[in-house]
Design a protein around this ligand. Structure first.
Ligand SMILES: NC(=O)c1ccc[n+]([C@@H]2O[C@H](COP(=O)([O-])OP(=O)(O)OC[C@H]3O[C@@H](n4cnc5c(N)ncnc54)[C@H](O)[C@@H]3O)[C@@H](O)[C@H]2O)c1
Length: 395
């Protein structure tokens, strides 16, 4: 029998003015069925404990993530953490994820899953060995409109996918922000802490996962340009990848951090043999479908009918998904909440000894995480080799 008690989440990272821990903890608390229970907020043990004591609601603080994970084995099963959330910079993903899996604790890890492809393969092997649920926090897959777009492609309405343009444009690193000591810019522009690709590993990977999730296709081969537009930066801030898709189609996966005026401009255009689909996360409540010689149709979350004479019959799980009526706008936090909500379902099944899914249809799983790093690995190799066509290791 599964329990209805809120799941207890242990959060690794989040102190010292961290960025993404804050939206995550909101998303965890969104439904009242999960709560942040324990925290290891900082690499410095004293700061970690001080910040835990000052946290706006009661949490159990630990001096380190090692201490948090180690403490679990001495607790009765019902008092243990139900899952761990890793929201540290990229170079502090591998170690806590491996330790949590070894301790049998499910994990939500921020993207990219690891700092390099080799570590990602080790985590895949560990998940296989331990059989513990793992999610990678590719936020934007949590939009209802991403699920709807995926279903549209699957339904065949667009025909065969011939071309995809998947992009993520930002402007916040258009000057050398890292020289001001800005924390998030500092580690993102340091290959030792971010990984071999800066812009690609940070946001190009979101564009890749949007493409993979919505089309169900892989990028099999890449010709990549990883460029640094801001002088003196040791890592790419501009990432352009021409690719081949697993169905023979072509794609562009592009990202940039030097485009003034673009904030979090993630979007996708999918051109099929029969029609086209367009979506942008800054306007994430709707999806536009264009068929030849017909007016463009825009579908909104919560405002579609099961049979409008145009769409194939829409499954119940897509129709009934709305959390609030359309017009009350959902955005980033809702997308994160949807990922935690779906992961919760798998964790509750795992806790009850039942079969769980983690199949990548609602949130990115360990295989998706590995594919992200395989893609980055291939783009780095291609770019170093005069943009030569390079195979992506599909496993
Ligand atoms: N999915 C998304 O949309 C999205 C958005 C932003 C960031 N991210 C990812 O989230 C991660 C964190 O990014 P951020 O911008 O929040 O970084 P940040 O620098 O703002 O925060 C990192 C946090 O990790 C903590 N930390 C570092 N080492 C630690 C350790 N050994 N033990 C405990 N805590 C430790 C820091 O104290 C800080 O609280 C990155 O992997 C990034 O790629 C994802």
């Amino acid at each position: 029998m599964s329990s209805n008690k809120p799941l207890k989440v242990g959060m690794i990272g989040g102190g010292g003015g961290a960025f993404i821990a804050n939206p995550h903890q909101k998303a965890i608390h969104f439904d009242g069925t999960r709560k942040v229970h324990s925290v290891a907020l900082h690499p410095d043990p004293k700061i970690a404990m001080d910040e835990a004591a000052a946290w706006p609601y009661p949490v159990k603080g630990y001096e380190s993530y090692d201490a948090m994970i180690a403490a679990q084995k001495d607790l009765p099963k019902e008092e243990r953490l139900d899952y761990i959330l890793v929201v540290t910079p990229n170079f502090v993903h591998f170690d806590p994820v491996m330790k949590a899996l070894d301790a049998g604790i499910p994990v939500v890890c921020e993207k990219p899953l690891t700092i390099d492809f080799d570590q990602a393969k080790q985590i895949v092997a560990k998940v296989k060995e331990t059989n513990v649920p793992l999610a990678v926090a590719h936020t934007y897959l949590g939009h209802w409109s991403s699920w709807f777009s995926r279903w549209i492609v699957e339904s065949g309405l667009l025909g065969d996918v011939r071309w995809v343009d998947s992009y993520y444009l930002q402007g916040w690193l258009a000057s050398k922000l890292e020289d001001t000591g800005q924390t998030q810019a500092a580690w993102r522009t340091d290959p030792k802490r971010a990984g071999a690709s800066g812009c690609g590993g940070d946001i190009g990977i979101h564009a890749l996962q949007q493409l993979r999730f919505v089309t169900g296709l892989n990028v099999t081969k890449v010709s990549a340009h990883l460029e640094c537009m801001v002088p003196g930066r040791p890592i790419d801030d501009h990432f352009t990848v021409y690719g081949e898709l697993s169905n023979g189609g072509k794609c562009l996966v592009r990202a940039s951090q030097i485009c003034h005026g673009h904030k979090n401009d993630l979007g996708i255009t999918i051109a099929g043999t029969k029609g086209l689909l367009r979506w942008n996360q800054e306007d994430a409540e709707s999806v536009t479908i264009c068929l030849p010689d017909q007016p463009d149709r825009t579908y909104w979350r919560g405002a579609i009918s099961s049979n409008d004479g145009f769409l194939p019959e829409i499954p119940e799980w897509l129709l009934n998904e709305p959390t609030i009526p359309s017009g009350h706008v959902e955005a980033f936090h809702d997308a994160y909440a949807r990922l935690h909500r779906e992961f919760e379902k798998d964790v509750r099944k795992f806790n009850a000894g039942e079969a769980w899914d983690c199949d990548g249809s609602k949130y990115a799983n360990v295989h998706d995480g590995r594919m992200g790093l395989a893609f980055i690995d291939a783009t780095v190799a291609s770019s170093k080799n005069n943009n030569a066509w390079t195979d992506v290791d599909l496993g």
